[in-house]
Design a protein around this ligand. Structure first.
Ligand SMILES: Nc1nc2c(ncn2[C@@H]2O[C@H](COP(=O)(O)OP(=O)(O)OP(=O)(O)O)[C@@H](O)[C@H]2O)c(=O)[nH]1
Ligand SMILES: [Mg+2]
Length: 540
């Protein structure tokens, strides 16, 4: 009952929580105001104008960072610091430090358009809205206040001057140009799937000690506002004593939608109960903790695991391990603890497997985890366990198909079918159709069909074994005829396995290593980089 409620709630969200998504409102820092001041010195009562300029406001950068895995650390509102105000004696205000927002690798950044209701109004729009409350005359006053700083008591004087009115027109024109430039630049759309590297050439040889030599700030998203100008800038032939300075401008205000796509190398696609979670747990040596149970939609969110390969081969292949339903494993462990009691448990330490490892063994009910963290690792790839995909998922049946977004950029897709079902090839047809409905061409990423639960077949005598062989041969035939081929014309690999009893998984891992290796080398070639993958021709 509780489970059904959880699944229904997930369905109502229409996949929105499958993805780590966040709307972030970004405000570049305001520029500091210019200063109106006059130089004072003993015996020199009428010194020249000496107001400094304001400093630039903080610009906002997005920096893709490899060690972050979620968007939860990204603030919803990012405000850049304001630039320092100018001072007397030609002292310019300080420029604000850039604001760096760290986001995980794989973040897709989209600026929300003007008509998007999730967008926050920018500084200019808010100001214009506020102006509506005032009468015409007041409005002009407010607009001028936003642009100018006056020497105390000289506002009316300044307004009389033609030079001031001319400068005001110039500032208004600049404001319009700035707005136009921002509109023409278009909406930001970035795919941050690589860490920002600073080329050697950009390193500053003169950087002071203690400061970074490279400006590795990431992608500029919102510019800080320019600082205002001090009163010496308004000195002219007709006005030898300018009593006005300009104010700093607002920084750029924009709203972004951040979306984190999981960048796993291999993704599992299968119908509910096909055994995807069991398989992922077995492949990762029991380290992936997603729940396993004998009913549909046990897995509600994609879960990523790591498959590790050591110098001797796959680090996870323990022939004795049995990856059973999580509830059963827990019960079994609890029973074991009851029988032996806590007193003995210290003697048993060596044999006891924590529940969370999710590994048990039929021969030894408390087998060690099937990996040894002390063994060196020479290669690794990531794999995602996904929720079940069913027929008409594209019409929001089951959990819908929006979770496929998260695996769109995986290097390879792997179909998992239940070989013990009546017609496993029918599952394949549905899965392929649903992938195509999600995005045309998506099924061409599929590289392998895993025929799971092979242990359930061929147990009852020779005839049964023969039937099982026939069924598998028919599945292979279907894959060859109906499932298409990859870019090199090879049809999909079909491998019978038993995820529960960790049987034939070495072959699966070997093939996956090949797909990942090929895909990564392709990417490396595209990047004009030399391939440094250590596992050319690797066989598990
Ligand atoms: N006999 C046998 N049972 C298996 C095997 N793999 C999985 N099962 C069982 O099949 C059931 C479903 O397994 P899960 O791993 O939860 O299936 P799933 O594809 O992740 O299901 P959803 O998360 O609902 O999409 C559980 O009862 C498993 O114990 C296998 O190789 N052999
Ligand atoms: Mg599952």
């Amino acid at each position: 009952m509780r489970r059904r409620r959880r699944t229904d709630a997930k369905r109502r969200q229409r996949g929105e929580t499958f993805m780590d998504q966040r709307i972030v409102h970004i405000r570049g820092g305001k520029g500091g105001d210019g200063c109106v001041a006059f130089h004072r010195e003993k015996w020199k009562p009428m010194g020249p104008p000496s107001g400094g300029n304001g400093g630039t406001g903080s610009s906002i950068y997005l920096l893709p960072t490899p060690h972050l895995t979620t968007l939860s650390s990204v603030p919803r509102i990012v405000k850049g610091a304001s630039g320092g105000a100018g001072g007397g004696t030609w002292r310019n205000g300080k420029d604000a430090e850039p604001t760096i927002v760290r986001v995980p690798l794989g973040t897709v950044v989209k600026q929300l358009s003007r008509d998007d209701p999730r967008r926050a109004k920018d500084a200019q729009e808010r100001f214009e809205e506020r102006l509506q409350e005032f009468r015409e005359e007041e409005r002009w006053k407010k607009i001028r206040e936003r642009r100018w700083v006056h020497y105390p008591g000289f506002e009316d004087d300044n307004l009389q001057r033609e030079t001031f009115r001319e400068a005001d027109r110039m500032l208004a024109m600049e404001e319009r140009m700035l707005i136009n430039r921002r509109v023409l630049r278009g909406l930001i759309h970035l795919d941050l799937d690589k860490a920002v590297e600073t080329p050697e050439t950009e390193k500053d040889p003169d950087a002071p000690l203690g400061l970074p030599r490279a400006k590795n700030w990431g992608y500029l998203i919102a510019e800080g506002g320019a600082g205002g100008l001090g009163n010496p800038h308004f000195l002219s032939k007709t006005n030898r004593s300018p009593k006005t300075a300009s104010r700093g401008r607002d920084g750029e205000w924009i709203s972004l939608e951040l979306e984190l796509k999981i960048l796993a190398d291999v993704a599992m696609v299968g119908m509910p109960n096909a055994g995807k979670s069991t398989l992922v747990r077995a492949l990762t040596g029991g380290r992936v903790k997603s729940e396993i149970a004998g009913f549909a939609f046990t897995t509600l969110n994609p879960v990523v695991g790591v498959v590790r390969i050591g110098p001797e081969g796959w680090l996870g292949g323990d022939g004795d391990a049995v990856y059973d339903e999580t509830a059963l494993e827990k019960n079994r462990l609890r029973e074991g603890m009851d029988v032996r009691g806590y007193v003995e448990s210290t003697d048993m330490d060596d044999e006891t497997t924590p529940v969370t490892d999710g590994v048990s063994s039929e021969t030894n009910a408390h087998a060690r985890p099937s990996y040894d963290s002390t063994i060196g690792e020479s290669f690794r790839f990531t794999i995602t366990d996904n929720p079940g995909l069913i027929e008409h998922a594209s019409e929001n049946k089951g959990l819908g198909h929006s979770f496929l977004r998260s695996i769109e950029r995986s290097h390879a897709l792997v179909y998992v079918v239940d070989l013990s079902s009546q017609v496993p090839w029918e599952e394949l047809r549905i899965l392929k159709d649903e992938l195509e409905k999600y995005r045309e061409g998506m099924s061409s990423k599929a590289r392998m069909v895993i025929a799971n639960k092979a242990d359930l077949l061929g147990q009852e005598g020779e005839e049964d074994a023969e039937e099982a062989k026939c069924k598998f041969a028919r599945l292979e035939e279907y894959v060859r005829m109906e499932m298409g081929a990859d870019a090199e014309g090879r049809s999909l690999d079909v491998v019978p396995v038993s995820a529960k009893y960790a049987m034939n998984l070495r072959k699966v891992v070997g093939l996956m290593v090949r797909y990942v290796d090929e895909a990564r080398s392709k990417v490396a070639v595209q990047d004009d980089d030399e391939s440094t993958l250590p596992l050319d021709g690797y066989e598990c």
